[in-house]
Design a protein around this ligand. Sequence first.
Ligand SMILES: Nc1ncnc2c1ncn2[C@@H]1O[C@H](COP(=O)(O)OP(=O)(O)O)[C@@H](O)[C@H]1O
Ligand SMILES: [Mg+2]
Length: 359
Amino acid sequence: MTKTKVGILYGGRSVEHGVSVNSARNIEMYIDRDKFDTQCIGISRSGIWYATERVDKNIESGRKLKLQMDPTKPVFEDEDGNQMTIDVAFPVLHGTDGEDGSIQGLLKALDIPMVGTGVLGSSVSMSKLVAKQLMQQAGIPVTKFLFYRHDEKDKINFDHVARELGVPFMVKAANLGSSVGVSKVKGKEDFQAALDDSFKYDSCVLIEEFVTGREIECAVLGNNPPLASLPGEIKVNPTYEFYTFDAKYVDGEAVKIEVPAELDESSRESIRDISIKAYQQLQCEDFARVDLFLDKNGNIYVNEINTIPGFTNSSMYPMMWKERGVSFTELITKLVELGKERFEAAKRIEKDFQSSLKF
Ligand SMILES: Nc1ncnc2c1ncn2[C@@H]1O[C@H](COP(=O)(O)OP(=O)(O)O)[C@@H](O)[C@H]1O
Ligand SMILES: [Mg+2]
C-alpha cells in the first residue's frame, strides 16, 4: 500500500507562529507512520516557505520553496530544483493567513486536498465580528457587543460603551487569537490603552459585555453529521483576570483543565448541541473547537470558534477526543481521511458550464 504524503504546514506570518510550531511538532510525532509519510513545510515569520527535515523552530534552516502555479505538475520546487508533491496538506497554522482562509484559498486554487475548513468557513470564523453576527442570525447565543473600525476610533466613548455593555467589558482585536490584542477594561482609566493595543493588531475592534462564568470548550469532528465531544473546562487561576496569552502558553501553573467538565446533563447536552449548530452555521469542515461561556444562571454563550485548534501538549482539542477513546494518532488519521474524502466528494461539482457564450 502506498502511503499518503501529508504536507504539514507550520509556523506562519502570525502572532501565533510559536504555538503553531508546537502544534505541528505533535502532529509529526503522533502521525501514523504505517499510513502516512510527511513533508514538513515551514512558513517563516516573514512569510517565506521552506521544506524542513522535521518540524523545526529554525524554519530558515530549511530549503526555500517555490510554488508552481499549475495543478497538473509537481507543485513545490526547492532551491536546488528538486520537485516535490504532497497528497494532502495539513495546515497546522494558527491565526493570520493560516486560519483565515488565505492559505486554504491558495491550496484550493492549486487543487491540493487539504485537512480542515475551507476558505469561507475559515474567514468567517476568524472574524470575531462576522462570526458573532452570523451566530446571532441563527439564534445561537452570543454576548452583547459593539464594534468600531480604526477610522471611527475618535468617536469611541467610554460612557456610551459602559451604558450599553456595563463595566467591566472586554476589548478585542477582531481577527486575532491566543488572547493577543485582548484586554479587560475595569474603568475609564484602562480604556484607551486597551483600544490602542487592539488597534495595533487590527483595523476593527470588538467590545463585549463581560461574562462572569466558566470557560467551556467543545471539540467538533466530522461533516455528515459532525460529532461533538463531551465539553471540557478551562479553570483559570483567579490571579489572572482572564485567560491571557501567558496563562495559555507561558505559565504552566495558570490553568487546570478538566475533561470532561463537571456539568449537569441538560447544560452538557445544550453545549454540545449549540457547538454543532455554531460549527454548521460558520461553515466549518472536518474539525473545530467551539469555545463557550456558562454563567452561574446556566446561560450559555458561544465565544468563538477555532478552525485550527491547538495540538500542543496542553491543548484541549486532542484531550477531549482522547477522553472519548480516540487517541492522538487515530485523530490525525481521521482528520486526514476527512480532508481526502471531502476533496473527492467535491469532484462531483461541475466547474464548467457549456453554453453558446462567445469569448
Ligand atoms: N465576553 C467575555 N467575557 C468574559 N471573558 C472574556 C470575554 N471574551 C473573552 N474573554 C476572555 O478572554 C479570553 C480570550 O478571548 P477570545 O475571544 O477567546 O480571544 P482569542 O481568540 O484570542 O482566544 C477568553 O478565553 C476569556 O478568558
Ligand atoms: Mg479564545
